[in-house]
Ligand binder design. Structure first.
Ligand SMILES: [Zn+2]
Ligand SMILES: [Zn+2]
Length: 698
């Protein structure tokens, strides 16, 4: 077999939100495919990155009072942890905010420009004279031109879902200064997609599935519209070379992030980027959802083509996730973040279930929660894992844990299981993971029939060696199943490798037989899911629960004196899109500087921190303001997130002129600022090093 060189990508998650079970449909299937290729001995590199640019990131960072860089660094950490815990094994998980990406984006843009494919046009846009800047849609608020709701953003109305241009807003206001903006013409830079018509018309059907291609080709009935690739400052992204004050629209540098991530991987591993990306011997595949087909199958190949880069061999497009047959819903608790899932359930169950559902097409897949725990319990635990647990435990209990030979019927069964290797491999290659599971289940069914028919628990009393042969046969079939399932259940396979005392399984290990050797002690591989675990996960995902992802997302809030308030009481109505969710904090009315100045913010040093008897959320802090007075007492609702000892000596930000508040445990004389994450975790706000106790924060 010749070794293939393969580069695989998943779409880049946006740095402005949590990874949720909808995202995981893509990352898990890509991971299954990549792990299968690696098991077959192919050189396969799986790269991805956080997509870090654009207005939503900038707005959110502003609302949180941090830099966009700090925001994306935090997301990167959280996303990396979620992916690692779901066993998604990227070879490189990068960020689009890196120099490699900037250089490649510039190079591609300059090639487009030199090729004569770039034009510019003047477009009217709102401009704030006071702040001296063009206003992105999310920097404008006003009254919806359709329904008259006030306080709506410049692109869409939260109340009636209407979309419109920012200039159409009634009584529009700049969200930075509160003044009325004016309309000015701004130069926008376009890529003339029509120039690539012939190239794309041939490219699309050759590199996408038929249904995807047919949909895309509908666009070719009329001239392809130019693509507006520029945004005005302020924008968090890359400035366009030769066009000061203009930035690449986030969708320009996002797919370039695939290349940059590969380039960074190459640099780290002493490999040549050109030898990987540009070589015709390298296969290149993008896994994406059907909502971003236009970017990947029209704009992206045109960009690459223009700059002399190769494009993907295939773009694999999948459908969306529904839960219980409906769109994921916050109010129903089915908008489940990766972290909330992990709080209740093992990642291997979702990996297994998604594999059962994914067939390599653009069909949507449904996570039916009843079916989910039913299928995990009946198939993964009942049918498959039981073979190992019964076989290995019986062997240890009665027959010293040693395997013998296979009996005749067992030999035939084992031959059948091994004989499915090519069919299973073909299903993996075609991303038809559902088919993999069909094969696995059929083998498991036959193995269970064989096991039950031979009744080794009775046989062991009359003919121990015959029983040994039955258990040996059963365990050999199970071992083959574990190899077949390894791309889907990698941690499970590691335990099976340990059970048989073997080195990490590769695909060709299916051909081996395990006889006349001892098996290790049985360690549990998968246990039944209780319905309660699923119910609790759904409960935790509902608005107002701990992991509330809509309302208070990273809003800077006080943690003192509010701990007795019902959780989520201040939470706004749930919103559907993570992007919209994140700007929830912006909904407060504007304040002028004088109003802000009324709050006396000071750096304070924590002198002592201790638990408060009878209050499981509170810590009692004594904080020093270096004002010549004894330290003040402040209660903070951060007990679940901080060990008291780790806080002592740290600087925090204190609302120093907070009216003293009498609590059951004593008087609180101030308020410590902290940020609350999407998952409910609380982070105390701290100044950079160098700030001293007593320093004014403004
Ligand atoms: Zn409206
Ligand atoms: Zn302004």
């Amino acid at each position: 077999m010749t070794q293939r060189r393969i580069v695989v990508t998943s779409a880049l998650p946006y740095a402005n939100g949590d990874i949720h079970i909808g995202h995981l449909v893509e990352y898990l299937q890509t991971d299954f495919w990549v792990r299968f290729q690696k098991m077959c001995g192919h050189a396969c590199v799986y790269v991805c990155a956080d997509d870090t640019h654009g207005t939503p990131i900038m707005v959110r960072a502003r609302n949180e009072g941090i830099t966009p860089e700090a925001l994306i660094a935090r997301s990167h950490q959280q996303h990396s942890r979620d992916f690692a815990d779901f066993e998604v094994a990227f070879d490189n998980f990068d960020s689009t905010h890196c120099e490699a990406n900037r250089a490649l984006s510039n190079r591609i843009f300059q090639a487009l420009e030199q090729g004569g494919h770039v034009t510019s046009r003047l477009l009217p846009q709102l401009y704030c004279d006071h702040d001296g800047m063009f206003l992105p849609d999310r920097f404008v608020k006003g009254t919806c031109p359709k329904c008259g709701s006030t306080g709506q953003y410049g692109d869409a109305c939260d109340a009636c879902s209407a979309t419109y241009a920012a200039e159409e807003l009634v009584d529009a206001r700049c969200t930075v200064c509160g003044r009325a903006p004016v309309t000015r013409d701004s130069e926008h830079i376009f890529v003339e997609l029509e120039h690539f018509r012939d190239f794309l018309k041939a490219w699309v059907p050759a590199h996408t599935a038929r249904d995807v291609a047919n949909k895309l080709l509908e666009w070719f009935g009329e001239p392809l519209r130019g693509w507006d690739i520029s945004r005005d400052a302020p924008y968090f992204g890359f400035e366009i070379p030769g066009h000061p004050g203009k930035y690449f629209y986030v969708w320009v540098d996002a797919p370039v992030g695939y290349m940059a991530s590969l380039q960074n991987w190459c640099a780290r591993n002493g490999e040549s980027f050109d030898a990987w990306w540009q070589s015709p011997a390298t296969e290149l595949y993008h896994f994406i959802g059907k909502d971003i087909v236009r970017f990947h199958c029209l704009f992206w190949p045109a960009m690459l083509h223009s700059a002399g880069f190769r494009g993907p061999d295939q773009v694999f497009v999948h459908g969306f996730l529904t839960v219980n047959g409906e769109k994921m819903s916050k109010s129903k608790g089915t908008f489940i973040s990766a972290r909330t899932y992990l709080n209740h359930l093992s990642p291997q169950y979702l990996r297994f279930y998604y594999a059962c559902k994914l067939n390599g097409t653009t069909d949507d897949i449904d996570l039916n929660l009843e079916d989910f725990f039913g299928r995990v319990n009946s198939d993964l635990v009942g049918k498959i894992t039981n073979l190992a647990s019964r076989g290995a435990q019986m062997l240890h209990k009665n027959l010293d844990g040693w395997t013998g030979e296979l009996d005749v019927a067992g030999c035939e069964l084992f031959g059948f299981a091994q004989g499915r290797a090519d069919a299973v491999a073909a299903a993996y290659e075609a991303r038809d993971f559902c088919r993999v599971l069909v094969e696995v289940r059929e083998i498991a069914d036959r193995a269970n029939q064989y096991f039950d028919g031979r009744a080794p628990w009775a046989l062991v009393k009359t003919d121990p060696e015959a029983a040994r042969a039955v258990l040996t046969s059963t365990l050999n079939v199970f071992r083959v199943l574990a190899i077949y399932l390894k791309p889907i259940l990698p941690a499970y396979a590691v335990k099976v490798e340990k059970l048989f005392g073997e080195s990490p399984y590769v695909w060709s290990d299916v051909a081996k037989v395990f006889i006349n050797k001892p098996v290790g002690a049985y360690e549990y591989l998968a246990t039944r899911i209780e319905k309660e675990q699923v119910d609790l996960m759904v409960e935790e995902s509902k608005p107002g629960m701990k992991s509330e992802v809509s309302g208070q997302k990273a809003e800077v809030s006080s943690t003192v004196g509010q701990s007795n308030r019902p959780v989520g009481a201040s939470v706004a109505a749930p919103v559907a899109a993570p992007v919209a969710a994140s700007i929830e904090g912006a909904a407060k009315a504007l304040v002028d500087f004088d109003t802000f100045s009324k709050v006396d913010l000071r750096v304070a040093k924590i002198v002592t921190a201790e638990l408060v008897e009878g209050a499981d959320k509170l810590l009692k802090l004594m904080v020093d303001l270096a004002d010549g007075k004894p330290p003040r007492q402040v209660f903070a609702g951060i007990r679940k997130f901080y060990e008291p000892a780790t806080l002592v000596g740290r600087n925090v930000v204190l609302v120093a002129n907070m009216a003293p508040r009498k609590m059951r445990f004593g008087i609180s004389e101030g308020m410590v600022l902290a940020a609350t994450n999407a998952d409910g975790a609380i982070f105390v706000v701290a100044p950079d090093s160098g700030a001293q106790a007593g320093a004014v924060v403004k």
